[in-house]
Design a protein around this ligand. Structure first.
Ligand SMILES: Nc1ncnc2c1ncn2[C@@H]1O[C@H](COP(=O)(O)OP(=O)(O)OP(=O)(O)O)[C@@H](O)[C@H]1O
Length: 762
């Protein structure tokens, strides 16, 4: 409109000498101006003069021009904010544009000289935004006077009727506008309903704001139009303006209602947004909880899986143990069968011999020596016996003596019951202890490898049980006596003796002439148990007396010292090895049994020994402490070996200490071992007692496989000893005369295991 020279608003402004408006004059200023016009006209007293005397009258035309100008600015502002409009679609034509078009049409009509022109006919209320065509040249001089009302009073009735018809048309037009506005409001309500279902809070808000603004602008336009019509329109019939006013009031009510609805919707939208946020928070929390639950369950499943794996592994181990037991049982059955066969053939031979009066072969006469071996196999290859040291009885340690007996301890409030193969009470005699061991000892004569070792806390009677005082000898003297007695009646045997001690991890020959020297332990052939002790001396022992003399000599060479726990405490492990070779008189193979008698040094807590020694101010306390540590280390290694054997591990750590290295042949497959556990019942020794019992319990679960007899290969000469190992070294000579130190045999210095070379002549 501003660019069009035919624009009535522009021409009106120019011709009336109206103020020029700045191009950027805002809608707010225009609105203020318009409301000022209304105020001015309201204050008129009907003569058309403003309240401020002398103020120019404002014509309806100028008012309409300003209204159109305001609407066009408002419309421009909307168009600049909104999307481009498609005017070809009637539904998209904004009401403001329509309203502006109608106003311009009205303005054009006003400018038409009265009586010559009819009101515009082409005005279509909702037809779109087409601007009305100015109806020919207009001039202000020709335009109606400023006060239509005054002019109307002087008109002729036909003119008045024409005006009234025109106003009626205009009224219809405005009513059409109002109808359109109502439809627009309905559309907005629909839009709001759509927004209620929408998700974008920001877009919805923007839309609501835009619709609210639009409503506000429409409302203002309508109010303004109503005011203009009321003040400047011809005096209509009394009814039409009232109806119009009522319609306007109704429209305002609808508008108010729409605004209220909009407000309510906005509040509802806000509530729903809050609810949505709350739901989002709950969803997030739910997700977190679900994640945590999943992780927890996953961890539990992993734990269960690990437990199942461990269980499967233990089941596999159990299966392996079972397989081992089955094979042991099978072998044991086979051994029993062959033994039974031998006994039957011996009985048959005896029967026939008694009939024929012939002499039985030596081996077949040996039922006494057969029985111990069989007994040994039946009893198992590792047995654990326990002997309680005499002393003040304590309620903390109680026992049920006898075979399969138990020892019950009450330590730190926990009661523990240990079951052992045999329990000897404190008052058990040396004789009783040896009686239980005698069959095992005698099995050496049948070619079995037997190891008897005493284990326990220092001062609990290990040496007492193994050696014993002269007036009440222990296991070793009784075993030798029993063996020699048996050999006297049982046939040809050759006895070889060696004796070593392990002191601070040094292996020393207790029967070597001269001062004891440290011997080197090396890896040897498997047939010799896998080890060799370089320089160890072996002694042929022709009789029991010589044997006793040599043993007492070795004992005297053993390292002992006075400790707080024992006045004559053994500070070393002592190993006596007796090899008994029997020759088979008829057929070539003889047997080579071995008896290891091991008196272990006492286990004691190093801090205990050290503290006691220090407290006593003993100058040798450091030495005692070192000894205690070394002893404990080697006993720990022995425990490791036992654990590996018990678990049937492929690797057994024999090389962890000198003690276990030397015991390797005694703990190998087919060997027989007896652990005599010595325990104290004193309350102050309770901790050590429980430790010892636990060690013994573990040892009791070790399986070495069925006991096996060692047979020497067939030899050319029935009377000579044959060996199953390569012949090395030269025969040793028996010898030490009683009271004099032994002289070394010719084979000293040659490498050999604890058992001597097997090529010694008889
Ligand atoms: N059953 C017993 N009957 C009588 N006296 C015993 C008995 N057991 C041990 N003794 C005595 O207890 C003392 C310690 O015994 P022994 O030297 O044999 O202990 P140990 O275990 O070998 O000690 P260490 O490990 O220190 O060598 C000795 O005087 C011994 O006579």
């Amino acid at each position: 409109a501003a660019a069009d020279p035919r624009d009535p608003a522009q021409s009106a402004r120019c011709k009336t000498g109206g103020r020029r408006r700045a191009p950027d004059q805002s809608a707010a200023e225009l609105w203020t101006e318009l409301t000022g016009l209304v105020g001015c006209s309201e204050s008129e007293d009907g003569s058309g003069r403003g309240a401020e005397g002398g103020a120019a009258e404002v014509s309806l035309e100028e008012a309409l021009v300003r209204l159109a100008e305001f609407l066009s600015v408002q419309l421009g502002a909307e168009e600049s904010c909104e999307y481009p409009l498609d005017l070809s679609k009637p539904g998209d034509v904004p009401p403001l544009l329509t309203m502006t078009g109608q106003l311009l049409a009205l303005l054009a009509w006003i400018r038409i000289p009265r009586g010559r022109q009819a009101p515009p006919q082409g005005i279509q209320p909702a037809s779109g935004a087409q601007a009305p065509t100015p109806a020919g040249p207009t001039s202000l001089e020709e335009s109606p006077s400023l006060s239509l009302r005054g002019e109307a009073q002087g008109q002729q009735p036909p003119q008045l009727e024409e005006d009234q018809r025109a106003w009626q048309r205009l009224e219809q037009l405005i009513l059409g506008q109002l109808e359109e506005l109502r439809q627009q409001l309905e559309l907005q309500e629909l839009e709001l309903g759509r927004l209620r279902l929408g998700v974008g809070a920001t877009d919805s808000e923007k839309r609501v704001q835009r619709l609210t603004l639009e409503n506000e602008a429409l409302k203002q336009s309508l109010t303004l139009t109503q005011d203009l019509l009321r003040h400047w329109g011809p005096s209509p019939p009394a009814r039409a303006p009232q109806e119009e006013a009522e319609a306007l009031v109704a429209l305002q009510g609808q508008l108010q209602e729409a605004q209220d609805t909009t407000e309510a919707l906005r509040v509802q939208l806000g509530v729903q947004e809050v609810q949505l946020q709350g739901l989002r928070g709950a969803l997030r929390q739910l997700q977190q909880e679900t994640e945590q639950n999943c992780r927890r369950e996953l961890r539990q499943v992993h734990g269960q899986l690990a437990g199942l794996r461990a269980h499967m592994a233990s089941l596999r181990r159990g299966c392996g143990d079972l397989r081992g037991l089955v094979s042991t049982f099978t072998q044991s059955c086979q051994g029993s069968l062959s033994e039974a066969r031998g006994q039957v053939s011996w009985a048959l031979g005896a029967l026939s011999a008694s009939g024929a009066g012939t002499q039985l072969p030596q081996e077949q006469q040996g039922s006494p020596s057969g029985c111990p071996g069989r007994l040994l196999e039946l009893k198992g290859n590792i047995r654990v016996l326990c002997r309680l040291r005499p002393g003040t009885p304590s309620s903390l340690v109680s026992s049920e003596p006898g075979p399969g007996g138990t020892v019950t301890t009450c330590y730190r409030g926990h009661q523990h019951r240990f079951r052992l193969d045999w329990v000897f009470p404190p008052d058990a005699s040396q004789e009783e202890v040896f009686r239980e061991l005698e069959p095992t000892v005698l099995s050496c004569l049948r070619g079995y490898s037997v190891c008897i070792f005493t284990y326990g806390q220092t001062g609990t009677g290990k040496t007492y049980s193994m050696e014993g005082p002269p007036e009440d000898p222990g296991i070793a003297p009784r075993a030798l006596q029993s063996l020699f007695r048996e050999m006297r009646t049982g046939g040809q045997h050759r006895v070889t003796l060696s004796m070593v001690e392990i002191y601070n991890e040094a292996v020393r020959d207790l029967l070597a002439p001269g001062p004891p020297e440290r011997l080197a332990v090396r890896q040897g052939p498997a047939s010799q148990g896998g080890i060799q002790v370089a320089g160890l001396t072996y002694w042929d022992v022709p009789n029991l007396e010589t044997l006793h003399q040599m043993l007492s000599l070795g004992r005297s060479n053993r390292a002992t010292a006075a400790t707080a726990m024992n006045q004559h405490s053994s500070r070393s492990h002592a190993l006596v090895t007796l090899t008994l070779r029997a020759a088979s008189p008829l057929r070539g193979s003889g047997t080579a049994g071995t008896l290891h008698l091991v008196d272990l040094a006492g286990s004691e807590r190093a801090w205990k020994a050290g503290a006691v020694c220090s407290a006593r101010g003993d100058p040798d306390s450091a030495q005692r402490l070192r000894e205690a540590r070394t002893i404990n280390r080697s006993l720990l290694a022995l425990g490791g070996v036992m654990a590996a054997l018990r678990a049937r591990r492929p690797h057994v750590p024999f090389r962890d200490s000198q003690l276990t290295r030397l015991l390797q042949p005694a703990l190998g497959p087919g060997a027989t071992a007896v652990l005599l556990l010595q325990i104290s019942t004193r309350p102050e020794d309770l901790g050590e007692t429980v430790c010892s019992l636990k060690f013994a319990e573990r040892v009791g679960q070790v399986e070495l496989g069925p006991a096996q007899r060692r047979r020497a290969p067939r030899s050319g000469t029935p009377s000579s000893l044959s060996t199953d190992t390569p012949l090395t070294g030269t025969p040793c000579t028996p010898t030490p005369s009683p009271g004099s130190p032994p002289s070394p045999g010719p084979d000293s210095g040659s490498s050999s295991a604890l058992a001597p070379p097997e090529d010694l002549p008889s």
